[in-house]
Design a protein around this ligand. Structure first.
Ligand code: C2E
Ligand code: MG
Ligand code: MG
Ligand code: MG
Length: 276
């Protein structure tokens, strides 16, 4: 009588935990299959010059549509891939697919101007042979067509290693963007040694900058720092004309965000942004 009661009386907390763990395990297996079966997709979001509004490049963003679950957010499956040891497999696919798409646009007479930004995770970045690895997976395109994005916090996990790898990457002709800038803890002295091409101003500062003078001051400081270090600035998450105008006035070079264009599948991106 007692044993039976205990058995059926699992606490809601335990049930929720079990449910979460099961979902994550199941999701890991589905994601692994989706990568192996090449069922992930790349979407492309325009990056524009804030003065001329001309296209300066695009960012490749990974998408996963599960037949049963629908769209799963990268905010969920990228950290999962990192945690479960799938990020290198996923990252290799992203690099190959990005290069394939760049070549296809070129062959169609509608090449992407500037560079395609590709996001790299800390675990990929920890590979001392990363530069040659990228070159091998993207051998059909020139390094001058590619920018590698790494978040500021990933840079700061092992700054000395980051300095060595970033120098090798730049020597090989890749550009380097520091993603989500302003949310990590890099010092000016490390920033100087990273020799990045651009700082991507994190969306959180851009979101509040019209109403919050602290955030506006942070954006201005990042732009001033970038100027001092001969780096460009690219604002993330620009959603309004007012934000774009203020950023341009502050001397920010480029922008990305829904105001200019959402991430689109390759064919629709080409129709909208690439012309013969
Ligand atoms: P991220 O690299 O900082 O990418 C920018 C994110 O902001 C994207 O989210 C993009 O869709 C979103 N975004 C762009 N414009 C706007 C806007 O105006 N408003 C708002 N609210 N959001 C905007 P997404 O595609 O969900 O990706 C989230 C994160 O997942 C990325 O942040 C990146 O860290 C990661 N990620 C995506 N694809 C890859 C990939 O292929 N490899 C790796 N390692 N990480 C990836
Ligand atoms: Mg990025
Ligand atoms: Mg970002
Ligand atoms: Mg981000």
């Amino acid at each position: 009588h007692h044993a039976k009661k205990r058995e059926t009386n699992i606490s809601p907390y335990t049930q929720a935990m079990r449910h979460t763990l099961e979902r994550r395990q199941w999701m890991t297996e589905r994601l692994h299959m989706a990568i192996l079966e090449q069922r992930l997709e790349l979407y492309f979001q325009p990056q524009v010059d804030l003065d001329t509004k001309a296209l300066t490049g695009a960012e490749a963003l990974c998408r996963w549509h599960d037949p049963e679950w629908g769209w799963v957010s990268p905010g969920e499956f990228i950290p999962l891939a990192e945690e479960r040891g799938l990020i290198r497999l996923l990252g290799d696919w992203v690099l190959e697919e990005a290069a394939r798409q760049l070549s296809a646009w070129q062959a169609a007479g509608t090449p992407l101007p500037g560079r395609l930004s590709i996001n790299i995770s800390a675990q990929q970045f920890a590979d001392p042979r990363l530069t040659t690895h990228i070159a091998a997976l993207t051998s059909s395109v020139s390094p001058s067509a590619i920018a590698i994005e790494l978040t500021e916090s990933d840079f700061m996990r092992d700054p000395d290693q980051a300095v060595i790898i970033t120098q090798a990457m730049r020597q090989a002709g890749y550009a380097l963007f520091i993603d989500d800038f302003g949310t990590g803890y890099s010092s000016l002295s490390y920033l100087r040694r990273f020799a990045a091409d651009a700082l991507k101003i994190d969306i959180s500062f851009v979101r509040e900058m019209l109403d919050n003078h602290h955030d506006r001051a942070i954006v201005q400081t990042i732009i001033a720092m970038a100027n001092t270090l001969d780096m460009k600035t690219l604002a993330e998450g620009v959603e309004s004309a007012a934000q774009a105008a203020l950023l341009a006035e502050m001397g920010c070079n480029q922008a990305q965000g829904y105001f200019f264009g959402k991430p689109l599948p390759a064919d629709r991106f080409a129709q909208t942004w690439l012309s013969r």
